[in-house]
Ligand binder design. Structure first.
Ligand SMILES: C[S@@+](CC[C@H](N)C(=O)[O-])C[C@H]1O[C@@H](n2cnc3c(N)ncnc32)[C@H](O)[C@@H]1O
Length: 646
């Protein structure tokens, strides 16, 4: 039974599991933990933990059949696959000094995974590496991964990291468990079926270091009963920090699993008494109070806002950026833009302010302002401009310039429908080639991409500036792109699945969700309109240095998330840079620039990044590279993989 109903949440994190001991009566294990315990699935050992291949006398079991738990027939295939995650024997130690243990471990691991695959289980939980060295374990798992098509392997990793002030020697033996995970997944070449199950203990590392995990492929969080506190009524509860972490897990589709023995027996006694269960002889599941508490945390989360619900399907889904200059947008794309009321509210505010600045009250009835919407689409900025004129009591003459002939059809219909014939002139032309009959006081455009200039607003407005008066106003007056390094293993794996260079040298529009933002954003390229000099080039180069906070620990950079912020006019801005993002606006997702080979940063190290905006006669493109802590190749040389057509 899911933890609760949260509108729109169809993610796996609605389900809660329980870790069980070995029992070869699996139907009983399910009946006890699911039907009476209320859990959704079990993490159960598949093989008797006492079994060791080296102790089995060859041939003693007849034809070499091994003492597996039960038969696959005891449950239906769908019961196995929906309700059981296989727990690989925790004694296995593939990096043991003892060769017998090592060999037994390898045999057992392969047998158990083969059995789990046979049962069509969705996942198996691999025991945590025993020491800091896990080379042989990873080699063996990597071999297994090559033969898997669907089943995931969750590597158990305790969520521990030494404090930064461990110089007192207290934490000397502790390693940052992220390092163990990192080493393991590097050895397995970021295999997409290899994920993490985090063991949550009573103490938690710093918020920055926890944040790293949200960009990693974490499937489950196993909360030990020892990590729970006790509330005034004797029931289990979690510290505020643990609560925030669990909410983060819910939001990132990470499933919770309860593990361990009950350390709050009084909670069950109280519940039995109040429900009169003991009289009926019905035993409550000892871990039920922990499940109830996790369910309570799930249900107390704020409902997902409508917009977030709508965008759920886009989370971490890579899309090619639009090419509105080279291609003609479709009706559906315009419709999506037009639903974004916030964008047009901001434009209307900017035009109103510009009109008031340009035309004093005493000239309001005599002076007509010439406003040109360049790239008018199906007309929403024309409407916003006319509304600004009405709001401010200023007279307006509008030219709506659009190069997409299909959008021009709609523009004509709109002007007729609204009766704007006297104030709006439609021009079906590319703004770069149009010979305007007069000059504009105000030039309004929205040619912005997720990275600001990536839909070639600078080049288009260079062409339109000819018909802006010397003292004319451009809305927007400037825009700046921003970047930040991110851990984004899902995006990396999705790009890797294409098995080519082109996809690693392409920028993607993506609603980034399962990412860890490793440092604050930094500004990259700024464009200002109107340009002061015709000679000013649109080529840009910027070197950025990101400093990863010391307490984050090591982290993996899979690429860079990009955003923009635009100043429409004076204090009216519009943007998606996270710290200043315009609320309730959904026209733009972030952009993602991948790295061909992810770069591992050690604690407190700097990340030096170079970005270029390059311009040719027919296209504009970005190149990017990292030069510290190691050098990456320069990505997208000469725009060979990704470019925007002029
Ligand atoms: C991002 S859309 C915005 C459309 C509309 N202003 C809106 O907010 O819904 C940009 C529009 O500019 C048009 N466009 C792009 N480059 C242009 C150019 N050089 N000349 C004229 N129109 C252009 C595209 O066809 C598209 O309709």
């Amino acid at each position: 039974m899911p933890l609760g109903e949260r509108q729109g949440d169809k993610s796996e994190s609605r389900y809660c599991g329980v870790e069980t001991d070995f029992n070869d009566d699996m139907p009983h294990v399910l009946a006890f933990n699911l039907s009476s315990g209320g859990f959704d699935f079990v993490i159960a050992p598949l093989m008797d933990p006492a079994y060791r291949p080296s102790l089995v006398q060859k041939g003693s079991a007849g034809s070499g059949v091994l003492p597996f738990a039960g038969s696959d027939l005891v449950m239906s295939p769908s019961q196995w696959s929906s309700h059981v995650v296989g727990k690989i024997s925790s004694w296995i130690d593939l990096d043991s000094e003892d060769e017998t243990i090592r060999m037994d471990s390898e045999t057992t691991l392969k047998q158990e995974i083969a059995w789990a695959s046979h049962l069509s289980l969705q996942a198996c939980l691999l025991p945590a590496p025993k020491g800091t060295s896990c080379g042989n374990y990873a080699r063996c798992v990597n071999q297994i991964l090559q033969g898997l098509s669907n089943m995931q392997l969750w590597l158990r990793i305790p969520l521990v990291k030494p404090d930064d002030d461990s110089a007192d020697g207290k934490n000397d033996t502790l390693v940052d468990s992220w390092e163990t995970w990192n080493s393991f997944r590097l050895l397995c070449e970021h295999h997409s079926l290899l994920s993490v199950a985090l063991d949550i203990l009573g103490t938690l590392p710093s918020a920055n270091s926890l944040g790293r995990w949200f960009g990693e492929s974490v499937r489950a969080a196993i909360i030990n009963t020892e990590a729970f506190l006790t509330n005034a009524r004797g029931y289990p509860c979690l510290s505020k920090r643990h609560q925030r972490l669990v909410t983060g897990f819910f939001n990132h589709s990470i499933q919770i699993i309860i593990s361990g023995k009950s350390v709050h027996p009084q909670a069950n006694v109280a519940a039995d008494a109040s429900q009169n269960h003991s009289d009926e002889g019905l035993q409550r599941h000892a871990l039920r109070p922990y499940l109830d508490y996790v369910g309570y945390l799930y249900q107390k989360m704020d409902p997902l806002p409508e917009q977030e619900r709508f965008e759920l399907g886009y989370r971490d889904f890579l899309q090619s950026p639009l090419q509105p200059l080279m291609d003609n947008l479709e009706a559906q794309t315009y419709e999506t833009f037009e639903k974004d009321a916030m964008k047009y509210i901001q434009y209307q505010r900017a035009v109103s302010k510009a009109l008031l600045d340009r035309v004093p009250d005493e000239e309001a009835f005599t002076k007509t302002t010439v406003l040109m919407v360049v790239g008018a689409g199906r007309g929403p900025l024309v409407r916003a401009s006319l509304q600004a004129a009405e709001e401010t009591g200023r007279k307006l003459k509008v030219f709506a310039v659009e190069k997409n002939p299909n959008a021009v059809v709609t523009l004509h219909a709109l002007v007729k429908l609204e009766g704007w014939e006297d104030s709006v002139t439609i021009v079906s032309s590319d703004m770069r080639h149009w010979n305007a009959p007069e000059k504009a006081d105000i030039l309004v455009s929205e040619l912005l991409g997720s990275f600001g200039d990536n839909e070639l607003s600078p080049e288009c407005l260079d062409g339109a500036q000819r018909f802006l008066k010397e003292d004319g106003i451009s809305i927007p007056s400037s825009y700046t792109s921003f970047l930040q390094p991110v851990t984004a293993s899902k995006l990396h794996n999705d790009i890797k699945a294409h098995k080519d260079l082109v996809h690693f040298e392409t920028a993607y529009v993506v609603k980034i969700h399962n990412v860890a933002r490793l440092a604050p954003t930094q500004p990259v390229f700024t464009f200002t309109h109107p340009k002061l000099s015709d000679k000013e080039s649109n080529q840009r180069y910027k070197k950025l240095q990101f400093v990863i906070p010391n307490d984050t620990g090591s982290a993996m950079v899979h690429g860079f998330a990009g955003y923009f912020d635009a100043t429409l006019y004076k204090d009216v801005h519009l943007g998606i840079e996270p710290s200043t993002a315009t609320p309730n606006m959904f026209s733009w997702f972030a952009i993602f620039f991948p790295l061909r080979t992810p770069i591992c940063l050690s604690p407190g190290s700097n990340l030096d990044v170079h970005f270029w905006r390059c311009c040719g006669p027919t296209k504009v493109w970005y190149e990017w590279s990292v030069t510290s802590p190691t050098s990456s190749p320069i990505h997208n040389t000469n725009g060979r993989s990704y470019w925007v057509g002029l």
